[in-house]
Write a protein that binds this ligand. Structure first.
Ligand code: CA
Length: 358
């Protein structure tokens, strides 16, 4: 089998879908990070595509290395691994369709058929506490049994209004009660001292994990916060590849690792990062904001890790995106059921994809 065409398409839904076609008639699908749609689609089509033509799509690790080490001067943070991610996921999808097996089986077998998802609710920075409470109410109505609220401050807006953030967390805790796992994502918006004092107050109310309390590049700061608090502190959505996760673990030592399959280099690389997380006894809790291909690619890895039992990130269904698939992702009562179909378990309807293209 040979690769005949690699095609990335940027969609109106702010997604980048990768399709890889073969002379065998099998086609695989993948997804890249939604940041810089046009740049990513261009990178896949012009930098990676030509490297893959006439290659055997089943030799995934060889092709990953070929892509990485032919284009590394354009990386290794951001666009390069994000583009490779989309291609790598599509290659795994081809292997699954070729062998007739779901990706989780190819990775060694799934420990669970369905996964509890947490509602990942962002945009907290400009909101009043009661506005966030209404968003959380909506998520509970949709069936979510675990919640994370995200402030989206960013490292450039430090300690803007921690008192309001605390009031928001408290109001949401009062709404959901004590039994629902509730996490808080500062999106890198606190200084070390604010993160520690805020974290202690969250702990009194019950917090499930404290995400990215300080700037993502401040490894010493992440370490100080992690060591000061009992709540699991998480980091990793801004890291790419196993080498950066090694540095994160050695220098920042967070309790929870959060690689993102559409950013960190795809299924191949996330699997390697999962091995690191097991080696260092870290919680493996991927970051994921893409509700279709990205989510299933992530869950195919997560379900093969026995200790990865925490609820997984989900931003909720997007009907306009679900429409491009023959059988969309199944979310019910707070859970996603991993399809038993070959590959990712998703099949694209070409004309629907075309209609959604930018
Ligand atoms: Ca986050």
């Amino acid at each position: 089998m040979k690769i005949t065409r690699v095609e990335a398409t940027a969609l109106k839904t702010r997604s980048v879908i990768v399709q890889i076609f073969t002379d065998d008639g099998i086609a695989g699908i993948g997804e890249c990070s939604p940041m810089n749609l046009d740049v990513l689609a261009h990178f896949v089509n012009n930098a990676l595509g030509p490297l893959l033509l006439d290659e055997d799509p089943l030799e995934i690790d060889k092709l990953w290395n070929k892509m990485m080490f032919s284009t590394y001067k354009l990386g290794p943070h951001g666009v390069q691994p994000e583009a490779i991610a989309g291609v790598d996921i599509a290659l795994w999808d081809i292997l699954g369709k070729f062998s007739g097996l779901p990706i989780c089986t190819l990775l060694g077998g799934s420990y669970r058929d369905r996964v509890l998802m947490y509602a990942s609710i962002g945009g907290g920075a400009p909101l009043k506490p009661e506005e966030m409470v209404r968003k959380v109410e909506d998520a509970l109505i949709k069936g979510f049994k675990a919640i994370k609220i995200r402030m989206d401050w960013g490292p450039h807006r430090r300690d803007i209004d921690p008192a309001k953030d605390f009031a928001m967390f408290k109001a949401v805790r009062e709404l959901v009660g004590d039994d629902i796992p509730l996490s808080f994502d500062a999106n890198n918006g606190y200084s070390v001292t604010t993160a520690i004092s805020q974290g202690r107050r969250f702990e009194e109310l019950g917090i499930y994990h404290f995400e990215e309390p300080v700037a993502q590049y401040d490894y010493a700061g992440i370490r100080r916060v992690t060591e000061a608090l009992d709540v699991p502190v998480s980091a990793g959505e801004h890291e790419y590849t196993r080498w950066q996760f090694r540095d994160l673990i050695e220098q920042a030592n967070p309790d929870v690792l959060q690689p993102d399959v559409v950013k960190c280099g795809g299924i191949s690389e996330m699997r390697k990062i999962a091995v690191l997380s097991e080696t260092y006894s870290k919680h493996f809790l991927p970051h994921q904001t893409q509700p279709t291909i990205g989510t299933l690619a992530s869950l195919h890895v997560v379900t093969t890790i026995q200790t990865a039992t925490r609820p997984q990130e989900y931003t909720g269904q997007r009907p306009e995106l679900d429409e491009i698939f023959v059988e969309p992702v199944e979310f019910r009562d707070g859970y996603i059921t991993l399809p038993k179909r070959p590959g990712l378990g998703l099949e694209i309807i070409p004309e629907k994809l075309k209609a959604l293209a930018l």
